[in-house]
Design a protein around this ligand. Structure first.
Ligand SMILES: Nc1ccn([C@@H]2O[C@H](COP(=O)(O)OP(=O)(O)OP(=O)(O)O)[C@@H](O)[C@H]2O)c(=O)n1
Length: 417
């Protein structure tokens, strides 16, 4: 499966409409994932494009049903719309469903443990007395509160009413209702825990250590909120890894010259990946050992494809030389990947740098520090210069952290393992 788009609604358009504008009939046979149930305006076009599945988050639908008291007109329209959606759904080939599977029970603990070993947390921990990671727990609590208020409906009765109106009455009875709420809570907890691994803490952020050529927008850093958000996306991808020791995620975004209709501003998704064995291979086909294993022949390094390599291979858009393109990687790019990133024409790297300058037996990280012509942004506590974007785009949001709906689209063409 390849991800071909990631969009969020703008002031004028819903995410589904944006998908149509951006992809048109290329949506045929794709799967779409929505953070809200789509409204009839979006659904009729998407269904008509021949999508194969539409999954959505079963909370607040596209047209909010929660504003009964404040706006009864909107609510009656919303109910009418919900009926139209049901009718479109039952007459379409596409499956419209809630895709929420129970998570494995040790997931949150695993994320917490792996997060505290991560470059971003370690860099900040170094600045703390006794090298402690307590700030991570505080960040996590903040993210949990924030995500719960965005994605969950605290009042059970209100949630039931919403489910009834959007045609999910089958989920209103127990044990299905309590199971659904538990699965939603668990997933929100997982997302908040992953987000906290790229913490908002003091003056720490993704900054460049090199003097910035101020006249070239290609080298100017992103606003911190956006950089952090993209890195969280890379962190989520890292959990799909096939390397049982070290998961790495990478995502590539680029910026068009002019602002587009998308709620992501002028930014568009190029590609993403994580470290994995060659597409189609089975668990035992290749060695899994690291360089602590004496026998070099049974080490993983010659077989595993790095996160950046998969992101470049399975990208859905070209990297244009005159645009600001950027890759977000959860670990330091190694000596195999640095020339690939530069050669592909990517202008900026946001990455971990704990391994920078290290030479290990089968994998080295020497070229990252020496790399020239590509701007590098790593977690630093001292901001050299405030980026122009930070000043100009205080209100620009690229985020599912806001009340817009988001969607991503996958195409079952080739396998992103
Ligand atoms: N930019 C990078 C760097 C590494 N990797 C992947 O990350 C893993 C690194 O493996 P290993 O060297 O075992 O991990 P380290 O964290 O470097 O191990 P250690 O420091 O304990 O030696 C490999 O799967 C490699 O493909 C990656 O995808 N992208």
């Amino acid at each position: 499966m390849t991800i071909i788009g990631l969009h969020c609604s703008s002031t004028d358009l819903h995410a589904g409409q944006i998908a149509l504008i951006k992809h048109g009939s290329r949506l045929k046979n794709c799967d779409l994932y929505f953070s809200r149930k789509p409204c009839s305006t979006c659904l009729k076009m998407i269904v008509n494009a021949g999508v194969s599945r539409i999954s959505y988050w079963p909370a607040d639908p596209e047209i909010s049903l929660q504003s009964e008291a404040s706006n009864p007109v909107t609510t009656s329209d919303a109910k009418l719309d919900a009926k139209a959606v049901e009718r479109l759904k039952s007459n379409s080939r596409a499956r419209v469903c809630v895709l929420l599977q129970p998570l494995v029970c040790y997931m949150v603990q695993f994320i917490e443990e792996t997060s505290t070993k991560l470059d971003f947390i370690q860099k900040i921990a170094k600045s703390q007395p006794d090298f402690n990671t307590d700030f991570y727990t505080a960040c996590r609590q903040e993210r949990i509160k924030e995500y719960e208020s965005l994605f969950l409906i605290s009042n059970e009765e209100t949630h039931k009413q919403i489910l009834m109106t959007i045609g999910l009455e089958n989920l209103c009875e127990n044990p299905y209702f309590s199971n659904l709420r538990q699965n939603m809570k668990d997933l929100v907890l997982v997302l908040a825990t992953v987000a906290a691994s790229v913490p908002v803490f003091g003056c720490f952020g993704f900054y460049s250590n090199e003097p910035q050529p101020t006249n070239e927008t290609c080298h100017q850093g992103l606003p911190q909120e956006i950089a952090r958000h993209c890195m969280v996306q890379a962190r989520l991808l890292a959990y799909r890894t096939e390397d049982h020791k070290t998961g790495v995620g990478a995502i590539i975004w680029a910026e068009e010259k002019s602002r587009s209709c998308d709620g992501t501003g002028a930014m568009y998704f190029v590609g993403c990946g994580y470290n994995a064995f060659p597409v189609g291979s089975e668990y035992a086909d290749f060695p899994h050992m690291d360089d602590k294993q004496k026998d070099r022949e049974i080490r993983k390094f010659r077989y595993i494809i790095h996160a950046e390599q998969n992101a470049l291979t399975f990208r859905c858009r070209e990297i244009k030389p005159d645009e600001r393109s950027m890759i977000f990687v959860t670990k330091c790019p190694c000596d195999e990947c640095v020339p690939l990133i530069k050669g592909a024409g990517i202008k900026q790297i946001y990455a971990g740098d704990i391994d920078a300058g290290k030479k290990k037996a089968d994998i080295s990280y020497m070229k990252f520090d020496e790399l020239e012509g590509v701007s590098k942004f790593t977690v630093n506590g001292v901001q050299k210069t405030k980026s122009i974007d930070d000043q100009q785009h205080q209100n620009k949001k690229l985020s599912l952290l806001h009340s817009c709906s988001v969607l991503f689209i996958t195409q079952p063409v080739c396998t992103l393992k």
